[in-house]
Design a protein around this ligand. Sequence first.
Ligand code: SF4
Length: 245
Amino acid sequence: MKLSFPFDPVERAEESERLVVRDEKRMYYRFRPAPYYGGIATADAIGCSFLCAYCWNYYRNLNPLRFGKFYSAQEVSSNLLKIARKKFFHLFRITGSEPILGEISFKHLIKVIKNIFQEKPKSIFILETNGFALGYRKDLIKNLKLKNIWIRISLKGIDEDSFELITGAKKEFFLYPIMALKECEKQGIKAWPAVMKDLFSDVEIGRLKRLLHEYSIKAELELEFLEKYPFVLENMEKRNIKRKK
Ligand code: SF4
């Protein structure tokens, strides 16, 4: 995919969806048990509306067609359920990508989640998202009012400038993930924000917390930490993003 920075994430989401979703099948490249959250059945998908400098799936999200295979929602849920049964997990997620690019990928996601809940009603699906589509299309959020969906919204910047530098997306879209959080809270859906601690000082994290407070976000901010792969550090250097510790 050709990109010039900063890009419009709406256009990038549409283009990505055209590439990574076909006939309601989505492109994935791996299914695995992962140690996070104490053990979680994980599907690694491809395609994102952003292109974060620190993304561990950067090159797959940049050039989706070179990687991965298309899987139906039924195939995805049964792969994840097999892993969960084998490992005695009750948590599920899709990661490495943005699960919600537009309506078709959203429909695919909801089918995956419903299939899992049908087979294993006590399981929890952790929806890891950059929150952009949910803020831009708040009308989609009501479909996530399913028991046992937890939504983790990764805020990429603490303000417009850091958002643009880190995601590659235009700064005017900075507030959409925060709007998504606000709407989830309004609709009684469990959701919380996360931010990459390594890139911000304590003062900057404090500013972000105040901003969330101004928007009446009650959920606690999770601090995540960088996976320091050599290509990640190289991509960050190319964008002149410094670690704060
Ligand atoms: S939002 Fe997540 S998946 Fe998308 S580019 Fe950023 S880190 Fe990667």
